[in-house]
Design a protein around this ligand. Structure first.
Ligand code: GTP
Ligand code: SPV
Ligand code: MN
Length: 587
């Protein structure tokens, strides 16, 4: 008797009609075969074997370089279940429309079957997915990003407890590109894109959109969050989870080299993008990294901003849409630490000239195994996960939001997350630098109605013993000349230290209408070059600006109608009242 997964794979083969089907085992030998094939057909370009062992450059189709949110759909039975922030199609309509694009899509191609585990191999919280794809680049990427191959098939056995994901490159035309999620039947269909979150179906499609839906049903949380441990001088580690929108600094924070190393503060990485969090038997909130690798933004990565990553990716790494140096064949991007020069080949494979725009695509990325980072925590694969003491929200906000503040309690923290906004980045197609509301950094990734998602967050708090404290950070506040007020990167550890000190009850704060803001002297700023004026501006809370902001958030919440939890409305009102009572909280 065929197992459920074999039956589903047969169905896919009947529809897409591949020349052959290959079940991936995840072995090095299999990867070597794929690399040879990809080097032969141009999918991969070989990089310098001396400086970058087994590293390759992949150039995706120039029309296929970022997630396409406008072509991403949540296909629940009712539109309400998907909510006002998602694109929606009825399941049957979606299938009728998109099935023809899969019909015969793999003629003369190989269909690869990728069984994979999300979460640590032996964790009770982990889940199995199976992706079929005609892209060897997707196979190689999934091998780095998840526990792929035989281990996953073993874990699955003859069970039907897996999330199937059907992927084909199709003809790569944006007109025939669809990323469809069927959360009620836990199914993913993706066609017409070979890039990142559109095509590696274990990532945003399963680990966030489908998983967030499951998490609500089952009482846990699937979040767009990095996970890190801050080691202090006493030897104690404080574990934190942080949600920032795409390309807003998760990877860099999770892997930072602390500027307070001499003082005994070090950051250890657990994950950089997706956290699954459960209330454990002892009542603590425990988080696992759903992934096994980093698919990180290349531009801006250099020996100063992220030395750990510069070490991690000098072997066994895939670079996507970066530039390369023509003679030495090394990857290159803006902000790598060297000036652009005439010897560059740009991300489209053309000779770069100063007039031809950025040499690397702004959303160019590296794909590298997590355990290649020197910063990886020895607990990153703990089956029970790590206990979370702080949840941090943040975004790119040139104005308004101070460097850091602490929410008054869990419900206020949920409100702080729900009112997040950030300037858009190159991680998704569309305009860059436009401020948009992005609750919990989940706007593109929540697989159901976000009003219900807020309620789910509110419901989780009381289930956790010593619920984590909730904070908001902003590394991106600018002065009147448009310059960042805060140096960021390794200096962000100073903010993490303040957060850990707040948890221990030993850091001072000003009680402002938006929450608790550090007093200037409660931040450890020794050895750092920052003026008193910049610091004051970074910590300032302008009540009239915030009053305007609350109007904008109230307007945003209107789209949810009656479904918006009453508690969110209460929090909104309480904030407005506090703002009205206080004219100035800033110093
Ligand atoms: P996704 O992988 O898209 O989810 O992004 P991410 O949230 O992991 O963002 P990442 O850490 O890759 O950073 C994105 C960009 O922001 C990079 O170009 C970084 O150089 C820049 N960046 C990260 N941290 C800071 C910071 O503290 N300050 C400033 N000014 N820029 C930062
Ligand atoms: C993001 O956009 O948040 C990413 C990259 O982490 S992608 O895999 O394309 O979603
Ligand atoms: Mn991300």
């Amino acid at each position: 008797m065929a197992t459920p997964v074999e039956q589903w794979v047969d169905e896919c083969a009947r529809l897409m009609k591949p020349a052959k089907t290959v079940w991936c085992d995840g072995s090095q030998a299999e990867n070597d075969r794929l690399v040879d094939e990809m080097l032969r057909d141009g999918t991969y370009v070989a990089l310098n074997e001396k400086t970058h062992q087994r590293c390759y450059l992949h150039r995706s189709n120039p029309n296929d370089v970022a997630r396409t949110e406008n072509l991403t759909f949540i296909c629940t039975r009712t539109k309400d279940a998907a909510g006002p922030t998602n694109n929606w199609m009825a399941p049957q309509e979606a299938k009728d429309k998109v099935r023809p694009l899969f019909d015969g899509a793999m003629k003369n191609r190989t269909m690869y079957v990728i069984p994979y585990i999300l979460g640590p191999e032996k964790s009770p919280y982990s889940k199995v997915g199976v992706e079929v794809t005609d892209s060897p680049y997707v196979v190689a990427s999934m091998r780095i990003m998840s526990r792929m191959g035989t281990a996953a098939l073993h874990r699955l056995g003859s069970s039907d407890d897996f999330v199937p994901g059907m992927h084909s490159l199709g003809d790569l035309s944006p007109d025939r590109r669809f990323i469809l999620h069927f959360p009620e039947e836990k199914l993913i269909w993706s066609v017409g894109s070979g890039y990142g979150g559109n095509a590696l179906l274990g990532k945003k499609c399963f680990a966030l959109r489908i998983a967030s839906f499951m998490a609500r049903e089952q009482g846990w949380m699937a979040e767009h969050m990095l996970l890190l441990g801050l080691e202090g001088p006493s030897g104690k580690t404080t574990y934190m989870a942080a949600a920032f929108p795409s390309a807003c600094g998760k990877t860099n924070l999770a892997m930072m080299v602390s500027s307070l190393e001499k003082e005994g503060y070090r950051v250890k990485t657990i994950g950089d993008d997706i956290a699954w969090m459960h209330v454990a038997k002892d009542g603590t909130l425990r988080a696992v990294n759903a992934e096994a690798g980093f698919f990180g933004v290349a531009p801006g990565t250099n020996l100063k901003t992220n030395p750990n990553m510069m070490t991690a990716f000098d072997h066994d790494t895939i670079f996507t849409n970066t530039a390369m140096t023509a003679v030495s064949r090394e990857p290159w991007w803006e902000g790598i630490g060297t000036e652009p020069h005439e010897d560059l080949i740009d991300w489209k494979g053309q000779k770069w000239t100063p007039g031809s725009g950025p040499a690397a695509h702004p959303n160019s990325r590296y794909t590298v195994a997590a355990d290649q980072s020197p910063s990886i925590s020895s607990h990153w694969e703990d089956p029970e996960g790590i206990p979370i003491s702080a949840i941090i929200f943040g975004g790119r906000r040139a104005k308004l939001a101070p460097l850091v503040y602490e929410a008054r309690d869990w419900n206020h923290g949920v409100f702080v997350g729900a009112t997040m906004a950030s300037e858009t980045t190159a991680a998704a197609t569309g305009a860059v630098g436009v401020s948009r509301r992005d609750p919990m950094a989940m706007i593109p990734f929540c697989g159901y109605n976000m009003a219900d998602y807020f309620q789910h967050w509110l419901d989780m708090g009381p289930k956790i013993k010593n619920a984590p404290k909730i904070f908001h950070v902003n590394w991106f506040r600018k002065d009147s000349n448009g310059k960042f007020l805060w140096p960021g990167f390794g200096e962000n550890v100073r903010v993490l230290k303040w957060i850990a000190d707040r948890i221990e009850g030993c850091a001072a704060a000003t009680d402002t209408p938006i929450g608790f803001v550090p007093t200037p002297s409660s931040l450890t700023l020794d050895g750092m070059n920052i003026s008193r004026e910049s610091l004051d501006e970074l910590l300032s809370v302008n009540s009239s600006d915030w009053a305007q902001e609350t109007e904008a958030t109230a307007k945003f919440f209107e789209i949810f109608g009656d479904r918006l939890p009453q508690e969110i409305t209460n929090q909104q009102k309480a904030l407005s009242d506090r703002l009205a009572r206080t004219t100035v909280a800033a110093k």
